[in-house]
Write a protein that binds this ligand. Structure first.
Ligand code: GLC
Length: 472
């Protein structure tokens, strides 16, 4: 298995970025408002920095779009954590249960993926937690671990107001979830109750964390420079290491490093109209049709849950305007969410001027009548959509790097868009370098299973602390 360091090196020699042009200049002209220049990105940086500062302060957090929740994770792992931990990773349409054995030099991991039926994502909350507890029990029994108590780190990738390491109040669902009876409640408690209702497994939930925190912890285990955790997957978000004295909501006595990890929840950036200057009609359409209109604007402009749909809306409009496919659409192109985010990555993965991956995609969508010029234009549309996403994320990252003021920061990254898009890494390296203050060094480190191992590490650090308290 490759280590993160190997992944980092491989990833840090990005493929040269293609310089693509559409077949038709009218297509380029029609996409102008999605092509953000550095002046626009710098405006975004300024606004984001203001929102982060506001989110950290008690007086201004209620009106700030970026909430900057404190995580109560203060200590990064030392690399010497040991023991066997369970992790539960909930944040998308699947959830995973992981058993992780941390040894001094390496770790071993077994995991199983369970689906969450769509109906459960929007049904009663206790039903969903019962389903999770049932899957946990299945896994523990399969591993013959159902008799001894085991510590569990719970990665719950939604905005939570934490009141300590084991209490997280869900502020609101994101990414297509809408279970009733959970918002405003402590999700650790809901999980514990579901486990207790079964009565057949012994689990000690020792920490709740966001996937960004899991990613940061996981990368920091190997790389001490890692101080930002980033997700660009179904959703997008970042956390970073802040000084406890700057985080007014951190109300525990100053301990350890004097730092605390802040979960920015930057997906909600722009929900107050603060970045309306770069929001397009396509973004508004996506927002209007979503399960959570008016919320997570920034996320909807970037992440994997929406990227394909954004491309579809553009392609459909251009078809209707006669710029594509001779004006001839197809029933599938007219249907919501039929153009998957994966298609964007695949289409851009074709060598320039070759449409090996694109052709079958268009065929599948009933657009077999596409000409080479159409395919060149479609590729250009995908490029514009993914470049805008990479540009937006780079702007907020550069703003964080400038705020942190550290000479060298490694950014731990996970998520399907970052992993599978052929140029996302390169686009980000390039754009962050252009936007960050001169002299600041950074790198992007692909996390190997960030959320899962990170949860085990947080549980391990918490367990080590408890032991220290007991023995002191
Ligand atoms: C959404 C969630 C956030 C999570 C992100 C990435 O933005 O609100 O908590 O970190 O998705 O999964």
């Amino acid at each position: 298995m490759a280590t993160e360091r190997e992944c980092l090196c491989a990833k840090n020699t990005p493929k040269p970025l293609p310089t693509v042009e559409p077949a038709d200049q009218k297509v380029k002209e029609a996409l102008k408002n999605l092509m953000l220049d550095d002046d626009v990105l710098k405006r975004i940086m300024t606004k984001f920095r203001q929102d982060v500062e506001a989110g950290l302060k008690k007086a201004t957090q209620p009106t700030s779009a970026v909430k900057c929740y404190v995580t109560y994770v203060q200590d990064l792992p030392t690399g010497s954590e040991k023991g066997r931990y369970l992790a539960l990773d909930l944040g998308g349409t699947n959830f995973r249960v992981l058993l992780i054995e941390l040894c001094e030099t390496h770790f071993e991991m077994k995991s199983r993926i369970f689906a969450i039926p769509k109906a459960e994502m929007v049904g009663p909350g206790d039903k969903m937690f019962d389903h999770i507890a049932e899957c946990l029990a299945t896994f523990l029994k399969q591993e013959h671990l159902d008799t001894e108590p085991i510590s569990l780190g719970f990665t719950f990738s939604f905005p939570c107001q934490q009141v300590g390491l084991t209490k997280g109040i869900l502020i609101r669902w994101t990414k297509g979830f809408q279970c009733s009876g959970v918002e405003g409640n402590d999700v650790v408690q809901l999980l514990r109750e579901a486990i207790a209702r079964r009565g057949d497994i012994k689990l000690n939930v020792t920490a709740i964390l966001n996937d960004t925190t899991g990613t940061l912890m996981s990368c920091a285990w190997r790389n001490r420079n890692c101080k930002i955790g980033l997700i660009i997957g179904t959703g997008t978000n970042a956390c970073y290491v802040e000084k406890q004295q700057n985080a007014e909501f951190f109300d525990e006595p100053d301990k350890g490093s004097g730092n605390v990890i802040i979960n920015t929840e930057w997906g909600a950036f722009g929900d107050d109209g603060g970045i309306d200057f770069c929001v397009t009609d396509y973004d508004r359409e996506i927002d209007k049709n979503s399960i959570n209109p008016g919320k997570q604007l920034f996320e909807k402009m970037i992440s994997g849950m929406y990227m394909g749909e954004l491309a579809r809306l553009i392609i459909l409009k251009f078809t209707k305007d006669g710029l594509l496919f001779g004006g001839k659409s197809s029933p599938l192109l007219e249907e919501r969410e039929k153009f998957e985010t994966k298609f964007v990555s695949d289409i851009e993965g074709d060598l320039q001027g070759v449409y090996t991956k694109q052709k079958p995609i268009l065929q599948k969508l009933g657009l077999g009548h596409a000409t080479d010029a159409d395919m060149m234009n479609i590729r250009f549309i995908c490029e514009v959509v993914s470049r805008r996403a990479a540009g937006l994320v780079s702007a907020t990252l550069a703003a964080l790097l400038n705020k942190m003021g550290e000479p060298h920061v490694t950014i731990g990254v996970d998520g399907s868009v970052y992993r599978f898009h052929p140029y996302f890494h390169g686009l980000m390296m390039h754009k962050i370098s252009e936007l960050v203050d001169p002299g600041r060094k950074f790198d992007l480190m692909l996390s190997e299973d960030g959320s899962g191992r990170g949860a085990a590490l947080v549980a391990a650090v918490a367990a080590a602390k408890d032991e220290a308290v007991v023995t002191n």
